[in-house]
Write a protein that binds this ligand. Structure first.
Ligand SMILES: [Ca+2]
Ligand SMILES: [Ca+2]
Ligand SMILES: [Ca+2]
Ligand SMILES: [Ca+2]
Length: 344
């Protein structure tokens, strides 16, 4: 709290080269963490993680004022089945979801999957849409929670001059699990929508500030835990430019990557850097309203996975799965990450 943070603009220039070195080509294996990870007897050979905005995974009852939500139990059931069939095909170890209604829907989804997961659900505070975030985890979840903190906006160094206020993160959770023998805290988020709306962007910077504090607290804690921060950020990374060249107006990504300006470089790395630029889109927005997926500027990357540096050597593969047509399973496509212990 009250930490000094450099201006967004300054941050970018100095870190570009450091960032590239972290992200250029396949992640290098480092010796210090690999020994620890491979030591766990019976540890799985790899660990797959999915971040998907499931587009109104609701029960179809009481969502009348949101025309993009299912409008009947039958419609909701159809959507749930489609999402379940898709997720079953992935056979992932951890699935983080945005836009779910509640624990009941998450349990219903779980029941449709071939192998039961541990549900992660911490009631959020979005009383307007009723949307929450949650997850299905194969590893046992040691603990889970959320931060009730709020941060003032405009944040220090912001270029957005919004009316002053403060904002919390209505939709997020943290969950403690083990991945390949490593203690990891996963933080799932769904930040305020509409990336380049100035007021919301300013409020999103406050939300990012809350999550930034949370991540720092975890990374600086004892014993050491790694952090995976994932979900629908509803914003763009100015360094890892998406397929349509979207430009952010907010500092959201700067706040969430360079957490500590007294330590050189980014403490968290956006794994989109391992995805080819033309594949960097996770959201279809039917800009011209013709019902067709026209690609181009109808695509943007809003969903993201960031990892702390200790996890980088384990990042084996990162992709955005575009295997289904836009607007079938969801209007978003998931980011998928496979972690594998480094070979030596
Ligand atoms: Ca409902
Ligand atoms: Ca809810
Ligand atoms: Ca730093
Ligand atoms: Ca269109």
């Amino acid at each position: 709290m009250g930490r000094h943070r450099p201006l967004c603009g300054l941050l970018l220039i100095g870190l570009a080269s450091l960032f590239l070195s972290a992200c250029d080509g396949p992640p290098p294996a480092t010796a210090d963490l690999s020994a620890e990870a491979t030591a766990g007897a019976g540890a799985a050979a790899s660990f797959t993680m999915v971040a998907l905005n499931a587009e109104w995974l609701f029960d179809g009852v009481g969502e009348g004022r949101f025309d993009t939500a299912p409008q009947s139990a039958a419609e909701a059931e159809e959507h749930l089945t489609e999402v379940a069939d898709y997720l079953a095909s992935l056979d992932a170890d951890y699935i983080s979801l945005a836009e779910i209604e509640d624990l009941a829907v998450l349990e219903e989804l779980n029941a449709l999957l071939p192998e039961a997961y541990h549900p992660v659900f911490v009631q959020g505070l979005d009383t307007y849409t009723g949307q929450d975030v949650g997850a299905l985890s194969r590893p046992v979840v040691a603990d889970a929670g959320r931060s009730d903190e709020r941060a003032a906006y405009p944040v220090e160094g912001s270029t957005l001059y919004a009316v002053r206020g403060d904002k919390g993160v209505s939709k997020h959770y943290w969950a403690e699990i083990e991945i390949l023998g490593m203690p990891v805290t996963v933080i799932g988020v769904h930040f305020l929508a509409i990336p380049n709306d100035r007021k919301r962007a300013s409020q999103r910077e406050a939300q990012a500030t809350v999550i930034r504090r949370l991540v720092r607290e975890i990374l600086e804690g004892e014993p050491r835990r790694e952090v995976i921060l994932l979900g629908d950020f509803n914003d763009y990374d100015r360094e890892i430019v998406d397929a349509s060249g979207s430009r952010p107006i907010s500092c959201t990504f700067d706040l969430l990557t360079d957490l500590d300006d007294e330590q050189e470089g980014d403490e968290m790395v956006n794994l989109a850097c391992f995805v080819p630029e033309e594949e960097r889109y996770t959201c279809w927005y039917d800009r011209d309203g013709d019902g067709d997926d026209d690609g181009g500027d109808e695509y943007s990357q809003l969903d993201t996975v960031l990892v702390s540096r200790g996890l980088l050597p384990y990042v084996d593969e990162v992709w955005v799965d575009h295997s289904y047509a836009a607007g079938t399973v969801s209007d978003h496509w998931p980011v998928i990450v496979r972690f594998t212990p480094p070979s030596d």
